[in-house]
Design a protein around this ligand. Structure first.
Ligand code: ADP
Ligand code: ASP
Ligand code: MG
Length: 400
């Protein structure tokens, strides 16, 4: 088989753990596989580099950030290759550029446009184990770009598709996809399989076990994806077209702590106001998540939305340019979003009501609500996030 392994930050967090990965890759090789390995930066490394840059300015140039952040993954790729070579294996470490990954120009959040797999394929043909630095590519003018946080997952899926790998195995510190984050709810249950659509929903709502763009691409290009642990031999979870969970009402609960809420009071109730505000936010590359607006009364209305915490200050600045259009604004960084996901909701009623009842019983105030066919999301005070997750997990009996 031709397999792609991807090892995340905790799996390569120090030299002993890189040694552990070396053993796993060597084993896959000994079993007769061709192996391409995508690696993340050592755990904490990307945040450390961001911290260094922010020592000088809160808004470092994104092009420079890519130059900086891409270094983390190169370190691990080189170390893993050195470690494999020391054990007598023929290995080669490649940067994103050397692996042929070409992206658009959106520095720090680039999209992969194409992959020229020839270098990777040639190295495999020569019998080498190929190690690729994740999270990075180059744009057409030759500058290094990065793919957004968690982007090594995307590198792995995209490479797996480009080289026609039989499967792509994403290794982290959990042995699969659970009904909710097992660090928050010890009774969370591991799923044998989950559909691309449900996984995409969980990832998009903030379950960071797989980056959402990687799941999207795996679905589009039909990449057979596994979530596994680098610390056990568990078979993990298969993410595939259909899941055995189809009949289940609720498949998972997600906590997203990376949320900040903005509320505008007494907003001028005129056609075009929402267009103006959200166009301006979009121009500033601020990703708006939940949006809530009431029916206007007496010529004014209230408008609320959430943004990632890192965009909180930027959103504040943008809103200040509209201050003649509303009476007051209120920012809250200490909120989180809890979501209930399940395709079964399409054909069942009462799922949302059960969630609201559960919040009420715990005296948790719901600040914002948004729903779709297959999810219910609520914004609540950050300090109740984990309690809400455990409560909801219990209400829908996900441990059974
Ligand atoms: P890596 O650094 O290897 O990329 P991540 O930290 O990005 O790993 O992802 C693994 C983490 O995802 C786990 O430690 C776990 O806390 C978290 N997680 C959140 N939701 C889930 C879920 N539904 N199933 C499994 N893990 C989850
Ligand atoms: N090192 C990057 C991050 O921390 C990319 C990754 O690990 O996937 O986001
Ligand atoms: Mg990750």
């Amino acid at each position: 088989m031709l397999v792609v392994h991807k090892y995340g930050g905790t799996s390569v967090g120090d030299v002993e753990r890189i040694e552990n990965v070396t053993n796993r890759v060597a084993k896959a090789r000994e079993e007769g596989n061709d192996v391409v390995v995508v690696v993340s930066a050592m755990s904490g490394e990307t945040n450390k580099l961001i911290g260094f840059a922010e020592h000088f300015t809160k808004e470092p140039a994104k092009k420079e950030m890519d130059m900086l952040l891409s270094s983390g993954e190169r370190v691990t790729a080189a170390l893993l290759s050195i470690s494999l070579q020391a054990r007598g294996y023929d290995a080669v470490a490649l940067t994103g550029r050397q692996a042929g990954i070409v992206t658009d120009d959106t520095h720090t959040y680039a999209r992969i446009e194409s992959i020229d797999p020839s270098a990777v394929k040639n190295a495999i043909g020569e019998g080498k184990i190929v190690i690729v630095a994740g999270f990075q590519g180059i744009n057409k003018s030759g500058s290094v770009t990065t793919l957004g946080r968690g982007g090594s997952d995307l590198s792995a899926v995209a490479l797996a598709a480009a080289i026609g790998a039989d499967q792509c195995e994403i290794y982290s510190d959990v042995d699969g996809i659970y009904t909710t984050d097992p660090r928050i709810e010890p009774n969370a249950r591991k799923l044998d399989t989950i559909s691309y659509d449900e996984m995409l929903e969980l990832s998009s709502l903030g379950a960071k076990v797989l980056q959402n763009r990687s799941v999207e691409l795996a679905k589009k290009l039909n990449v057979k994806l596994y979530a596994k642990s680098s610390f056990s031999d568990d078979v993990g979870t298969l993410i595939a077209e259909e899941s055995s969970m189809e009949a289940v009402l609720v498949s998972g609960i997600v906590l997203d702590k990376n949320q900040a809420r903005v509320t505008l009071r007494g907003v001028a109730d005129r056609p075009g106001i929402a267009a103006d505000i959200f166009s301006k936010l979009a121009e500033s590359n601020i990703n708006v998540d939940m949006i809530i607006q009431n029916m206007g009364t007496d010529g004014s209305t209230n408008l609320g939305f959430t943004v990632p915490q890192s965009e909180h200050e930027n959103a504040k600045k943008v809103m200040e340019s509209f201050d003649h259009e509303f009476e007051g604004m209120d920012f809250d960084e200490h909120v989180c979003k809890v979501s209930v996901v399940g395709v079964g909701m399409k054909s069942h009623s009462g799922v949302a009501a059960a969630a609201f009842t559960a919040m009420a019983k715990n005296n948790i105030n719901i600040q914002m609500i948004s729903t779709s066919e297959i999810k219910v999301s609520m914004v609540i005070d950050e300090k109740y996030g984990e309690l809400a997750i455990r409560t909801l997990h219990d209400v829908y009996e996900l441990d059974k």
